[in-house]
Design a protein around this ligand. Sequence first.
Ligand SMILES: [Cu+2]
Length: 69
Amino acid sequence: MTTEIISVKGMSCMGCVNKVKTGLENTAGVEGAEVSLEQKQVTVQYDETKTRPDQLKDAIRKAGYEVMS
Ligand SMILES: [Cu+2]
């Protein structure tokens, strides 16, 4: 298991937080995602044999938000 911290741009409310969290948790290999609205940051725990940071970032973009890191 690996942890990746990703900065996300454009989240403004709990609805955004839930969209990003759900998008990540529906991604194969993701074990859990914690989203901080205050820090505009997502902490993702994932199985590095099943997914990669690029795919995590794609999931965030697909949810409708920009990735800064
Ligand atoms: Cu929102």
